[in-house]
Design a binder for this molecule. Structure first.
Ligand SMILES: Nc1ncnc2c1ncn2[C@@H]1O[C@H](COP(=O)(O)OP(=O)(O)O)[C@@H](O)[C@H]1O
Ligand SMILES: [Mg+2]
Length: 343
């Protein structure tokens, strides 16, 4: 597999040829900004053909993106900064779904900004400015260009999702042994750090052990990632709990400045990157999600007619599912920030 997978490694806009179609998800070959090529050589799990994602904001901005991800698009802003635009695209099970969720990009951007501010005393972040062009107002920020760390830093305070699946097989998550008798939704004795690979385009992120992560990051950076992730999760979990929301787990992405400083980047503590549960319902034994879980449940249920194992792109979402998903994202935003969302 050959690719450059970190946005900060991408060529400056003027070095690249006119962008072609951006293929995101699960492909044999990806042509990216004229010069980015991912060629599968059989050494990794075979990717499936998935989604074609075309830059949505390039034309309105009069710019070529240097990176089109499943959700976000990055544009060269100046030598040291990117314009990071959150679209309304939604991904599930590594597919970009054919139906966007209206305003989602704005909710993710506004909620990330709120969290960056709450967490400012704990960790530096990549935000430079919210002064952005009109077509992306509310959904874009100007961010510092960073060298992204090649792992996703996940903290879990509760057992669910892939952690719950792994626990049922091995009574451990990412190599961390856990007590017997836990169930889906159990609070863990203490929050755990469970890194995953930051997969190249088209390949699933994979949970890895702490030791495997150290091979990618080195010992010093690895320890710092774990300690920082757990510290930020604990603070965020407390803030969310005070607002009636359980932060079951979350994923952070960190980058580094040229001088090595670790900086919190990407989106933070959003319904795309986290599991939020209603705290009152939780005490009654119910897991009510204000996040992407609702969508995943619909896709996995019989009603969607979609089989995750089929390798086919998920179907368009019915209007009712789009509306209900949007409402959950808005609830998370409003309950956490205490402010009404204004589109
Ligand atoms: N400050 C930053 N500097 C460089 N790259 C960044 C920064 N913040 C986020 N990124 C990267 O930008 C991309 C955001 O796009 P996204 O849609 O989330 O991509 P993906 O499909 O990989 O999830 C990610 O690859 C993320 O690592
Ligand atoms: Mg992402």
């Amino acid at each position: 597999m050959s690719t450059v997978s970190f946005a900060s490694d991408l060529p400056a806009r003027n070095e690249s040829a006119a962008p072609l179609t951006y293929l995101v998800g699960t492909l044999q070959t990806v042509t990216f900004c004229g010069s980015r090529l991912v060629v599968h050589d059989g050494s990794a799990p075979t990717p499936r053909l998935n989604s074609v994602v075309v830059s949505e904001y390039g034309a309105a901005l009069g710019l070529e993106p240097v990176h089109v991800g499943k959700v976000r698009e990055l544009y060269d802003w100046d030598d040291d900064t990117f314009l990071m635009v959150a679209t309304d695209r939604v991904s599930a099970f590594d597919y970009v779904l054919p139906s966007p969720i209206p305003d989602k990009g704005k909710v993710l951007t506004q909620l990330s900004l709120w969290w960056f501010e709450q967490l400012g005393s704990l960790i530096q972040n990549h935000v430079i400015s919210t002064a952005v062009p009109e077509p992306v107002k509310g959904r874009a920020i100007v961010v510092e260009k960073l060298k992204m760390v090649p792992v996703e830093c996940i903290a879990r305070g509760y057992l669910t999702g892939t952690g719950w699946a792994e626990y049922q097989l091995s009574r451990s998550v990412c190599g961390i042994k856990l007590p017997a008798g836990l169930h889906d939704g159990s609070k863990l004795p203490e929050p755990i750090f469970t890194p995953s690979t930051k997969a190249e385009i088209g390949i699933h992120d994979e949970n890895i052990s702490y030791e495997q992560m150290l091979k990618l990051t080195g010992a010093e950076l690895g320890a710092k990632l774990r300690d920082t992730t757990l510290a930020v999760y604990s603070r965020a979990e407390q803030l969310a709990r005070e607002r009636g929301i359980i932060l079951a787990d979350t994923k952070f992405e960190f980058g580094r400045r040229a001088d090595g400083t670790l900086v919190l980047a990407d989106e933070v503590l959003t319904p795309d990157s986290s599991r939020f549960w209603d705290a009152a319902d939780y005490t009654r034994g119910l897991l009510t999600s204000f996040d992407k879980q609702y969508l995943r449940n619909w896709l996995n249920g019989g009603e969607s007619g979609w089989d995750k194992a089929s390798g086919t792109t998920p179907p368009p979402l019915p209007e009712a599912i789009i509306t209900a998903t949007r409402e959950r994202y808005l609830t998370a935003y409003q309950q956490l920030t205490g402010c009404a969302f204004v589109a």
